[in-house]
Ligand binder design. Sequence first.
Ligand code: PMP
Length: 404
Amino acid sequence: MIDVDIIRKEFPILERSVAGKPMVYLDNTATSQAPLSVVREIERIYTHSRANVHRGVHTLSQEMTDLQEHCRMRVREFINAGSIEEIIFTRGTTEAINLVANSFGSFFKAGDEVILTVMEHHANIVPWQLLRERIGIVLKVVDINDKGELDLEEFKRLFGPKTVFASFCHVSNVLGTVNPVKEMVDYAHSRGVPVLIDGAQASPHLKIDVEELDCDFYAFSAHKMYGPSGVGVLYGKKQLLEKMPPWQGGGEMIGKVTFEHTTFADLPFKFEAGTPDYIGIAAFSKALEFIDNLGLENIERHELEISRYAEEKLKMIPGIKIYGEAQYKGPVISFLFNGTHPYDLGMLLDKQGVEVRTGHHCAMPLMDRLGIPGTVRASFAVYNTLKEADIFIEAVRKAAAILS
Ligand code: PMP
């Protein structure tokens, strides 16, 4: 069970005020706050163990390497990957997707087709467009229905003899839609097509089991999971990663270097060029521990209780329109008021201490599809309370009265 009062003590930032009011932080989809265990681990390492990883026999370097590799083991367990060789540390989801587009994408040729969906974050659109510019692949895009759910029949229809890859989000960062990824992976595989799942918005809320999903790649970011910024993970199936060429070159990813020829390190290091954010990675272990201690099912239940309560109340305010009403939906509410600009509403909420995100949420094609410039987005984490949901609703009511 979740005891929010106890959890909130782990997050001193939640006690601060904004505009002279107690802050209500509802921008968790962009970045969630980090508990003291994460903050203290960063401080402990800076004051005790900081040294570059994998490069020394000295004690500090070995301690730091152990901390980093311990995190890799934790991540493996967290997503039930087959081995630590399948866990590659990146700067975030964005870099993980770029890695796949550049490395696995080097197998594609002009005319090959990659399937995306209209609800993708720019991180899962632009890397494929860059590849299109370079080699002339073709992008096919799955549409959504009025509730913001993917059109699965269209998804299946888009597969053809030239389809070489499919890349889609597990959970939409705007609509909250939880996509039927298992069904999508199974279908893609029945057509011989490998898939990448952008799990940036799923990993903080849902149990991820990459073995069960059988996806070929899965990407996510630590900073949305109560962890530090600058750290992300790419899971990839070992047999694919082994065949893929390195993307970035530099230290750590090599076997032997001469000016004539370079051999590469084994997995996962082949894909980890340069000094990683080893302190962030080490502290990410503490974030995973925080999630494990609470239990993802409990976290999800709590977040959905608050977000559904808030959504029901929000709908009762005249002039409010909600974007994204999928049957399976994460703790995210995107909305607009009576055709007013999302920034106006967002600014009025900030003046009342309520921190929500406004704008296109790095999903401009989805905004075009919905025919709007952006939305106001409230998103919830395990430390949010029903009382905060009430403050949020009251703040929207006041803002709506001003904008009317
Ligand atoms: N995909 C989705 C669905 C996201 O929500 C985000 C972050 N908003 C990203 C990718 C990019 O994550 P990052 O900026 O951590 O690389």
